[in-house]
Ligand binder design. Structure first.
Ligand SMILES: Cc1cc2nc3c(=O)[nH]c(=O)nc-3n(C[C@H](O)[C@H](O)[C@H](O)COP(=O)(O)OP(=O)(O)OC[C@H]3O[C@@H](n4cnc5c(N)ncnc54)[C@H](O)[C@@H]3O)c2cc1C
Length: 503
């Protein structure tokens, strides 16, 4: 009997899964696949933690499917190799998956696969994912399409009763495309300091947040320490698809209607819209993975200084809030929005480094890495779009406003615990008397600043403001506005569209 295949990617869940739904609706045997593909491992934004999160999530899906008598294979190999092997041995009828908006190599892989499937007369049905649509030329009517997509009923799967003939081919595939012996133990060893992943954890976190734990959402969103418990912390589940954005949107809207603290949920729900907005931008212009979205800024010519880059990567710039943010990322894979933006600003403005090296490194650290959010956000925070205000974050001021007692700083830079709270963000400024009193020597116990942040910030601001007047930058800004925004709509009316439900 013909075989249906569900190819899981960043959609590692069973609930609201359109590809799973369409495959099982055929009432034929279904094989479920998840692939660890070398093309992603070879990319400079890859890190082990991404695969660790995917592995944990895939194991849970595999287990859940097994309880329903279904088979899921977790393999390592190129999609082209795996599918051509499969097609040789089995009568593949149709492959069901979500459309993937990822780095360029994934688009190239898809083109190769499309040709292969066509030649083999295998159908490939790709479902739109998370309110992101393929082939758009501009954003006209995008908000409405997004809302319609989010308002559709959740996909419910009725599992096919047809059984899979589990003969030699299963064993052969598992042997041929087994996870390499070097990698497997690393994938199994999920660090305890990372947020747990998987569909069950995602559901738990969603319920926890919507069950009143959003009360301090807006108040704490920029605070590096408090945001860790006051924000939704759903990004990791959305990144690997343990939850669909639609599930989160519908549950949040329900909570919003009943809530007495609507402002917090309104702010949260508009960020769900941003989630798709940024990925849509990347979908429509994925060259921004390598190139500056506003081509005019290519003329900036920022030269790489390896010493500066290394200091930033290690969290040894001498600016405590910057360094604590980097150490928090190393240790936990998570950072709130404001601190992510500050790390980018410090790298691109204060250290005046080319954005690509910083973008790859942060991508590796984020447990919730999503290329479609990451690259556009990184360039926006670097001031390279030409259409957004250039924000140069002052690390001292950020510490004063968002970590006034230095609690976050001390959590990740214990060397600074010896110093009293008001001085923790500026240890270089300790007087000789204070140094001996607190037994703390700047430059020995903690690095001295590698640059003069204030001077560097002023310089960067001036250059970027001048650059915004360059004809090529202006021309590109116009192009970006036309392609990626619905310029006539103001934020308030957009929020109303996002909050109102189609049905
Ligand atoms: C340089 C930079 C890189 C980033 N890279 C990523 C990334 O790789 N993956 C990622 O999920 N987020 C990224 N963000 C956006 C944001 O920082 C995180 O989504 C957020 O901090 C995750 O925490 P949370 O789930 O508690 O967010 P909440 O504030 O509770 O928001 C809920 C959800 O809304 C979405 N969201 C929130 N803020 C934004 C935003 N500014 N832009 C787009 N979507 C948003 C996310 O899906 C998030 O999970 C990046 C931001 C910056 C400045």
């Amino acid at each position: 009997m013909a075989l249906q295949v569900v190819w899981f990617k960043r959609d590692l869940r069973l609930a609201d899964h359109a590809a799973l739904h369409s495959a099982h609706a055929q009432n034929q045997p279904v094989l479920h696949l998840f692939l660890f593909e070398p093309i992603f491992k070879a990319h400079p934004n890859w890190s082990l933690r991404h695969w660790q999160a995917q592995y944990q999530s895939a194991l849970e899906v595999q287990h859940q499917l097994a309880q329903k008598g279904q088979v899921m294979l977790i393999l390592h190999g190129s999609a082209a190799d795996v599918f051509s092997d499969l097609a040789e041995k089995l009568p593949l009828a149709k492959v069901h998956s979500y459309q993937e908006t990822d780095v360029e190599v994934s688009f190239e892989r898809d083109l190769t696969l499309q040709k292969f499937f066509r030649k083999q007369a295998i159908l490939w049905q790709e479902h739109p994912a998370n309110g992101v649509f393929r082939g758009l030329k501009n954003r006209q009517k995008w908000d409405e399409r997004w809302r319609d997509f989010m308002s559709q009923p959740l996909a419910k799967v009725i599992y096919s009763k047809a059984t899979l003939d589990q003969s030699d081919w299963l064993e052969h595939l598992q042997r041929k495309f087994a996870l390499p012996a070097k990698i497997k133990p690393q994938l199994e060893n999920y660090p305890a300091a990372f947020q747990k992943v998987g569909e069950a954890e995602g559901q738990k976190q969603l319920q926890h947040f919507l069950n009143g734990h959003y009360q301090n959402y807006s108040k704490h969103i920029s605070k590096p320490l408090q945001s860790r418990t006051s924000c939704s912390r759903l990004s990791v589940f959305l990144a690997w698809g343990n939850l669909s954005l639609r599930q989160v949107y519908q549950a949040s809207r329900k909570a919003y209607l009943k809530s007495t603290s609507k402002r917090n949920l309104k702010n949260f729900i508009s960020r769900l819209h941003w989630h798709s907005h940024f990925i849509q931008k990347f979908e429509m212009e994925h060259r921004m993975e390598q190139e500056t979205i506003n081509r005019g800024f290519e003329a900036l010519h920022q030269a790489a200084d390896e010493e500066r880059i290394e200091a930033w990567k290690k969290g040894e710039t001498g600016y405590p809030l910057v360094d604590a943010s980097m150490k928090a990322l190393h240790e936990t894979g998570y950072l709130n929005f404001r601190m992510r933006a500050m790390l980018v600003s410090f790298f691109c403005h204060h250290l005046w480094q080319p954005w690509q090296a910083g973008a790859h490194y942060l991508a590796q650290q984020f447990l919730d890495f999503i290329p479609g959010i990451h690259y556009p956000q990184f360039q926006m925070q670097a001031g390279l779009t030409g259409i957004n205000t250039v924000r140069v974050y002052n690390p001292e001021k950020q510490a004063e406003e968002h970590d006034p007692h230095g609690e976050f700083i001390c959590t990740y830079l214990p060397a600074l615990q010896k110093i009293p709270a008001p001085l923790r963000a500026t240890p270089w400024a300790l007087s000789p008397l204070e140094q001996s009193f607190y037994d703390f020597t700047p430059g020995k116990d903690y690095p001295l600043p590698i640059v003069d942040a204030q001077k560097q910030a002023a310089k960067a601001r001036e250059i970027l403001h001048e650059a915004k007047k360059w004809p090529r930058v202006k021309q590109e800004s116009l192009r970006i506005l036309q392609r990626h925004t619905t310029a006539i709509r103001n934020t308030e009316s957009r929020t109303q569209t996002v909050l109102s439900q189609k049905r």
